[in-house]
Design a protein around this ligand. Structure first.
Ligand code: ADP
Ligand code: MG
Length: 345
């Protein structure tokens, strides 16, 4: 979870809070305004740099809600009426199923992340996620039977998905259940960022459940600063601080969403190659990319791969990545050369 270092988040839907106020109040003075609300089972927090114009802020707030609602209505597996859920229920997934350009974009990015990560990222793992009790199937959180697991695993695989660009459509070689939970939040962040840019807002910070996208700078000329949190259940303990100007950043870790059974910790992230929740010494990984969707997908992929494999891939592909590993003497932090320019002292 990454949050702005400064700033107190309001908990009321769409409250417009004055987050920072520099000096005296000329009409045209730029300030940082904060908008927040619930989305995708978590919350969004958005900072925009604007003059004091309540009508415009309210307008932006409504626009943001509409953008997020559209993403949710398209990609959520937690609602039956979403585009994705309708495809997941389609009587014949072997036939082309028309989809929105946004959904095609996320599916294409997912496939690219799957290929880059050698299948560590795979949006067809849904049935296995559900089997372990983390998805909308809402099973009890128990360890599944080996035979059932092997059956479900044999039936899945991102290679079964086919995409068509024009007009946008998806089909699968055998029935699949697609789950975009590991990348849709990042796309949602990008969608809000695009909306704000279109509205003429040049400086902002968009965050949904720890995934962020920055643009421009704060009114005082500083870059946006974000904290990489210590991977512990307690929130707000800072491990490192990062400055972002226009990129997306996402973190994936096993330290919050997990359950315990007979002394074992089970993460909600599944290794598609084994069908089992990941279990290794990588506590959290933070990725910076051109956009938040890719950062989100790659953070999950790296989290599945574990520290050594992920580090090797990140170095080879020149991807900025920051790893927090559980060592013998507590947490150890490592980062790739491409990450160093984002670190604040
Ligand atoms: P977080 O919300 O903690 O950032 P992620 O972005 O890693 O989590 O996404 C976790 C969700 O992604 C899981 O709840 C599950 O629905 C799905 N998922 C689990 N394992 C994988 C995987 N290997 N590839 C793609 N999606 C996955
Ligand atoms: Mg992710």
């Amino acid at each position: 979870m990454i949050r702005p270092v400064r700033g107190v988040f309001a908990s009321v839907v769409l409250t417009l809070a004055l987050a920072a106020l520099a000096g005296c109040s000329f009409q045209e003075e730029l300030k940082v305004w904060e908008l927040s609300g619930p989305v995708f089972g978590t919350r969004y927090h958005i900072n925009v740099v604007l003059t004091d114009d309540q009508a415009r802020l309210e307008n932006l707030g409504q626009g943001i809600t509409a953008v997020l609602e559209e993403v949710d209505a398209s990609m959520s597996t937690w609602r039956d009426d979403s585009e994705l859920s309708r495809f997941n229920r389609a009587p014949s997934q072997a036939d082309w199923f028309g989809i929105s350009p946004g959904l095609l974009q996320v599916l294409s990015a997912s496939q690219a992340v799957s290929e880059l990560s050698g299948g560590a990222f795979d949006i067809t793992v849904g049935p296995i996620v559900n089997l372990w009790g983390f998805g909308p199937e809402a099973r009890p959180e128990t360890v599944p039977d080996d035979r059932v697991l092997a059956q479900r695993l044999a039936a899945t695989g991102y290679q079964n998905i086919e995409l068509r660009q024009d007009p946008p459509a998806v089909r699968t070689r055998r029935p699949q259940y697609l789950d975009l939970s590991a990348i849709a939040k990042g796309y949602g962040v990008d969608a809000v960022a695009r909306y704000l840019s279109e509205q003429g807002v040049t400086a902002f910070l968009v965050e949904i459940g720890g995934e962020v996208r920055a643009s421009g700078r704060k009114p005082n000329g500083d870059a946006w600063r974000l904290a990489i949190e210590e991977p512990v259940a307690e929130r707000g303990v800072i491990n490192r601080v990062v400055a972002l100007e226009r990129h997306g950043m996402a973190t994936s870790g096993d330290y919050r969403n997990y359950y315990e059974s007979q002394g074992q910790r089970y993460s909600h992230t599944i290794d598609p190659l084994t069908g089992k929740p990941i279990g290794h010494n990588l506590a959290s990984v933070t990725v910076i990319a051109e956009n938040c969707m890719l950062a989100d997908g790659m953070a999950t992929a790296f989290n599945v791969m574990g520290y050594e494999k992920a580090r090797d891939l990140a170095i080879r592909e020149n991807i900025p990545a920051y790893f927090i590993v559980r060592g013998d003497n507590g947490f150890e932090s490592h980062y790739t050369p491409a990450f160093s320019s984002y670190l604040v002292e």
